[in-house]
Design a protein around this ligand. Structure first.
Ligand SMILES: [Zn+2]
Length: 466
């Protein structure tokens, strides 16, 4: 028998890309000060103004969430499950950090019970941050990927993940052969891909850690399973990029390595993309592939400043998801991601060394760098879903989509937050879309993940803040 429930409250979601509406971004959003979301068996059956829908659904059990702003669940496009315990490691950039902090911890995920504990904590943290979907890296050992999908299934979360292959530039005990990567990935795809809400990503860790054999194995897997995702890293750190150029001298640039193995297309995403050339951005755009912008990590590891304004150039728009890259990112929260993303945008391509990118002379690009609350929250909901080709099921409150959402308390954060937010929401809550957007900007810049009051997945509440 089907089960129908409803949520009454203040809702905001997106129906279009705000970068398409410069000067009128509110056209991309949808707002109901008093709205109703009707959910049948975990999917959205109806969404609209309470006054329009309440009579039709009068008999339905309804939760009324007052003094809250309800958005679609956040989507984290790039995160590492086995780094849950080592986020916030002091003092090294990417390659040193991998050797000294990451590989030793990820090695522990060979052990099923350790992997289970780490993965449980991983999902607890995600839900507490309002993130209902992630695209995740696991590690070299297949059991960690089994545990990831088992735990996601137990919570009925929509996730993308995959065995994370590395066969170069790591300690011998941490690497595995291309052949094992192929066989183990094949088994895992058969077991988990499209089972329940699980989706599989063929995941060579990064070109600097992948031999030609490992990338060929990835290519073969994709040919055999063309409906899988492909997840990796691209152009993150200057030393890493030099390594890739040395290992693949026949390729013109970093993206060219993945192109050589036919991995770049729809459902491909590369984390970071900080140092991508204009030509690489144009190729990503043409191929329908995505970059995942991870500002927490890019600043924490000192990797550089992503060119958001370039990636959103309407002449060659690249699909962009946002991600924490936890533990390269030092938080689980997509709200913290927006905080840092805004600041990266404001730097207007001033490099970390103080020089200015010579290609950056375009004031339109500077304008596109600015992360308004519309652009910000679109990017971690519908925009992320579109970038990762999940928007048939996720991203907004359209009828038929899966009912994953986050319930925000705009006063959540340090004590200064509530007084700041009272500039807008003195009389109980936002009455207009403009007010809601101002509150959202306050949440991302003045509040923090304490703004997440509740997280719901397929119409069920899985997290409530104490
Ligand atoms: Zn990463």
């Amino acid at each position: 028998m089907s089960k129908t429930v409803a949520i009454r409250g203040t809702f905001l979601d997106f129906i279009d890309d705000p970068w398409h509406h410069v000067g009128a971004e509110e056209k991309a959003a949808r707002f109901f000060a008093d709205g109703l979301l009707v959910i049948e068996d975990g999917r959205i059956k109806a969404f609209g103004a309470y006054k329009d829908l309440s009579a039709r659904y009068a008999g339905v059990e309804t939760s009324h969430l007052i003094h809250r702003l309800i958005l679609p669940g956040f989507i984290d496009g790039h995160i590492h499950v086995p780094q849950t315990r080592i986020l916030g490691a002091f003092g090294r950039q990417l390659l040193g950090w991998l050797q000294f902090s990451v590989f030793p911890e990820e090695l522990k995920y060979k052990d099923r019970s350790y992997a289970q504990e780490g993965t449980r904590r991983f999902f607890d943290n995600l839900l507490a941050a309002g993130t209902t979907t992630c695209q995740a890296f696991t590690c070299t050992f297949p059991v960690a990927t089994d545990v990831f999908f088992e735990e996601a299934s137990r919570r009925n979360l929509r996730v993308i993940g995959g065995l994370t292959g590395i066969d170069r530039n790591a300690p011998p005990e941490f690497m595995d052969s291309a052949e094992n990567f192929y066989c183990d990935s094949k088994r895992l795809i058969g077991q988990y891909h499209k089972q329940g809400r699980n989706l599989y990503a063929i995941t060579p860790r990064f070109a600097a850690g992948a031999s030609s054999a490992l990338l060929s194995a990835s290519s073969r897997l994709l040919k055999e399973h063309p409906d899988c995702w492909v997840n990796t890293h691209v152009s993150e750190n200057p030393s890493e990029i030099r390594t890739v150029r040395t290992e693949y001298p026949e390729c013109d640039d970093y993206l060219g390595v993945y192109e050589k193995y036919d991995l770049v297309g729809p459902r491909f995403s590369g984390g970071h993309g900080i140092w991508l050339s204009n030509d690489e951005f144009a190729r990503l755009s043409r191929l329908g592939a995505a970059v995942v912008f991870c500002p927490l990590s890019n600043l924490f590891l000192g990797s550089g400043l992503f060119r958001l304004g370039r990636a959103t150039d309407p002449a060659c728009r690249v699909r962009i998801a946002f991600g924490t890259d936890m533990g390269g990112g030092n938080r689980f929260s997509m709200i913290n991601v927006l905080d840092d993303a805004y600041k990266v945008g404001m730097c207007n391509n001033t490099r970390l060394d103080g020089s200015v990118d010579p290609t950056f002379q375009d004031t339109a690009e500077a304008e596109r760098n600015k992360l308004s609350p519309y652009r910000a929250f679109w990017s971690i909901t519908l925009g992320g879903a579109e970038a990762l080709y999940l928007d048939d099921n996720l991203g907004n409150f359209d009828e038929g989509k899966e009912a994953d959402f986050v319930v925000l308390d705009w006063n959540g954060g340090p004590p200064a937050t509530a007084w700041h937010q009272s500039l807008v929401a003195e009389n109980g809550g936002p009455q207009t879309l403009g007010q809601a957007a101002e509150l959202l900007f306050g949440i991302m810049m003045v509040g923090d993940d304490r703004a997440v009051a509740e997280t719901w997945v397929m119409g069920q509440r899985l997290y409530k803040r104490n």
